[in-house]
Design a protein around this ligand. Structure first.
Ligand SMILES: [Zn+2]
Length: 258
């Protein structure tokens, strides 16, 4: 991952040859628990401020439009159409798109965003992946949708796993109740699980080449530059902003083809 510092800080992966960014909590206009680049309008922040923050993030990536969904920690995949630009539809945690100039925005505070691109085919995808998404294998389901809707072969996909809860902090006291048996081998010390590796393996199992996957390996709970739900449960009753991760296809620019 590389840290871009202007016009506001965000991380990029050299694997993804399309506009994308995994944003930190800096560079926005929100205050208090949402300081400052909160990209969610479902957490109690002022809508006007979220709007400014989203506009700043989109502008940084030169994407004129953003589309996002009301995420519910399930495994439904939305095929993005222009109608979805108007308002967030509910019930989806993944988006796939061929629309130029349109960023897919994932909102997360410890959950992973998985950003995917099939550059030759002009297709992108973004997944909100918390532990429930890992259990449901929303990664595998999204990649199947890419095949079905756009004919994308997994061999041509590149992927980045955003900053998110690391194995240092992914503590599951009730894991026997919450996590299925196949996940237990990812327990790296009593009650701590490596969800970065779970996602990496789910991507490989879905057909991606290992060298086409980058894991940010930055823990959002350890690292104060990100919003963290788990950190906020200790200090602010769980009230916090949401980091944004965005991927989109560049806007078509006929004027540049001289
Ligand atoms: Zn950590």
């Amino acid at each position: 991952m590389q840290l871009q510092k202007t016009p506001l800080p965000y991380y990029t992966s050299p694997l993804l040859p399309v506009p994308h960014g995994m944003f930190t909590c800096a560079g926005g206009v929100s205050s208090a628990a949402f300081t400052s680049l909160n990209l969610s309008d479902s957490v109690g922040d002022q809508a006007e401020r979220v709007q400014v923050n989203r506009a700043r993030a989109a502008e940084a990536l030169h994407l004129p439009h953003l589309v996002s969904v009301k995420q519910i920690h399930a495994d439904q995949v939305l095929v993005v159409e222009p109608a979805h630009l108007v308002a967030e539809v509910t019930g989806y945690d993944a988006m796939i798109s061929s629309l130029p100039g349109t960023g897919l925005l994932i909102q997360q505070a410890d959950c992973q965003a998985i950003l995917l691109a099939a550059p030759q085919q002009g297709i992108v995808a973004a997944i909100h992946n918390g532990w429930r998404g890992s259990v449901l294998n929303i990664i595998g389901k999204t990649i199947r949708s890419l095949q079905e809707h756009f004919g994308v072969t997994p061999d041509n996909l590149v992927a980045a796993i955003s900053p998110s809860l690391g194995p240092c902090c992914a503590e599951f006291i009730h894991y026997r109740k919450e996590l299925p048996a196949w996940m237990h081998r990812f327990q790296i010390q009593p009650h701590f699980f490596d969800f970065w590796e779970i996602s990496r393996q789910q991507l490989v199992k879905a057909g991606l080449r290992p060298e086409h996957i980058e894991v940010a390996a930055l823990c959002t709970r350890c690292n104060q530059q990100f919003f963290s739900y788990r950190r906020a449960t200790k200090t602010a009753n769980g009230i916090t902003g949401r980091n944004g991760s965005i991927i989109g296809l560049p806007q078509r620019t006929t004027t540049l083809r001289l």
